[in-house]
Design a protein around this ligand. Structure first.
Ligand SMILES: C[S@@+](CC[C@H](N)C(=O)[O-])C[C@H]1O[C@@H](n2cnc3c(N)ncnc32)[C@H](O)[C@@H]1O
Length: 416
């Protein structure tokens, strides 16, 4: 919002006429006639201009102080939305059997802040909403007042605890399965297991932070992608759901591009990953990078993307039809799945027409059934890269084997 300084219109006109008068002294007879005519017009329109200025209310002191504090008050038309949202919050609080004092304490906000929000007197800040969201029984949905939120500058440390654990996520069981496969008679190790080991997760982070990986990431035309999404979605709000987000950098870049291109800034970013260290990193990165955008909420989820169809808050429902969902899988994660078709059929069944799936996948070197083409096009099989030369990714997998099977000397071996 911009505050304009108010100069009395009479002074403004008088100063303009002085200038015109000065100019007319050196002007040609023809120019002088034109300048005199302009001065007459100014003089006759002064009463009308003064009346118009009197009708424009000046900012009151309270508004000025609020503007100075960086708090933009909601327009009068927003008040109805705030009141409605506040009344809904009261209902949710009562349904949860909580008094105002108890809820304020549990959410970590003052009772007066809660009262102001409940009565619709004040727009809640994004931080207040995050605090309320940390009380799960309320099942707070900030979207109906997304654009009316108080636009106070937010800092990363303002984010309240905001991470979900999915009920079936059993880290101990997964770890048990990993060690059983590695120390037993062998078997198949699905890609997910590599990231369960914190050292492997840290090594993956190092690979993803490498300049080569960063350069490859930047090839993704995020701005163009965001423009296409915005055209498709129109004015609806968006849920960006990053599956296997890793460090979350691509999802954050997409969200930032959407903020540039999409008219509705009401965005929710969900970062889902099986790895604790990567999920934590992604959340911190998103919170810091998006701290200045009060209409974006960030939520980290520890879970398994193969069970996405069970994570109801992320899926399409009638009540959430005012948002579209963009499910993202970056960093070749889709190509590493055991069975891509089954994944789409089973895990993505909770979405609806209009929701979007955004993937980046490597171009195939050959059809999976064309042995000759594979042997010819794959650098390793074609003998262009010696088998003994391990890539960073090879070393990353081999290190996991070394850590879990002491004494082993994993060497790459490939066959088609
Ligand atoms: C190849 S990395 C890609 C990471 C990131 N998207 C990027 O572009 O750098 C795969 C990511 O998927 C996660 N992941 C693997 N299997 C998963 C599963 N079943 N559920 C959730 N996350 C999984 C891993 O922890 C890892 O962060």
């Amino acid at each position: 919002m911009e505050q304009t300084e108010s100069i009395p219109v009479r002074d403004l006109f008088a100063r303009t006429m002085q200038v015109l008068d000065r100019l007319s002294k050196d002007a040609s007879p023809q120019e002088r006639i034109a300048l005199r005519r302009a001065m007459t017009t100014l003089r006759t329109s002064l009463p009308q201009a003064e009346m118009a200025q009197a009708d424009t209310p000046s900012l009151d002191v309270v508004s000025q102080l609020r503007l100075a504090a960086g708090i933009v008050e909601p327009q009068r038309s927003d008040q109805a939305a705030l009141k409605e949202w506040g009344a809904d919050l009261v209902e949710r609080r009562r349904a949860a059997g909580l008094s105002r004092a108890v809820l304020a304490e549990r959410a970590g906000i003052s009772e007066s802040t809660l009262r102001n929000v409940e009565t619709g007197r004040r727009a809640p800040t994004r931080t207040t909403i995050m605090h309320l969201q940390s009380v799960p029984e309320l099942r707070i949905d900030p979207s109906p007042i997304g654009e009316h939120l108080s636009r106070r500058r937010r800092r990363a440390q303002d984010f309240a605890p905001n991470c979900w654990l999915t009920p079936e996520y059993d880290a101990l069981k997964l770890h048990g399965e990993l060690t059983m496969v590695l120390n037993g008679r062998g078997g198949e190790l699905e890609q997910t297991y590599i990231y369960l080991d914190p050292s492997s997760a840290a090594d993956w982070y190092a690979i993803a932070s490498h300049e080569l990986y960063t350069r490859a990431r930047l090839l993704m035309p995020m701005s163009r992608v965001a423009r296409c999404i915005s055209e498709h979605v129109g004015t609806l709000g968006l849920d960006v759901i990053g599956l296997g987000c890793g460090d979350g950098k691509d999802e954050v870049r997409l969200t930032q591009s959407l903020l540039e291109h999409h008219r509705n800034h009401n965005l929710r970013l969900y970062l889902l990953d099986i790895s604790r260290p990567l999920c934590c990193f992604a959340y911190r990165h998103a919170a810091e990078s998006l701290a200045d955008h009060s209409t974006v909420s960030v939520c980290a989820i520890r879970g398994n993307f193969r069970n996405l169809q069970r994570y109801t808050p992320l899926l399409h429902t009638q009540e959430r039809a005012h948002h579209r969902r963009i499910v993202c899988m970056f960093g070749n994660t889709f190509a590493n799945l055991h069975n891509e078709i089954l994944f789409v059929r089973n895990s993505l069944q909770g979405f609806a027409p209009g929701d979007l799936l955004l993937l980046n996948v490597p171009a195939a070197m050959a059809s999976a059934s064309d042995r000759t083409a594979i042997m010819k096009n794959d650098r390793r099989f074609a003998g262009q890269t010696p088998l003994a030369d391990m890539t960073a990714q090879d070393r990353w997998c081999a290190d996991l084997l070394r850590r879990h099977t002491p004494g082993s000397k994993p060497a790459p071996e490939m066959s088609v």
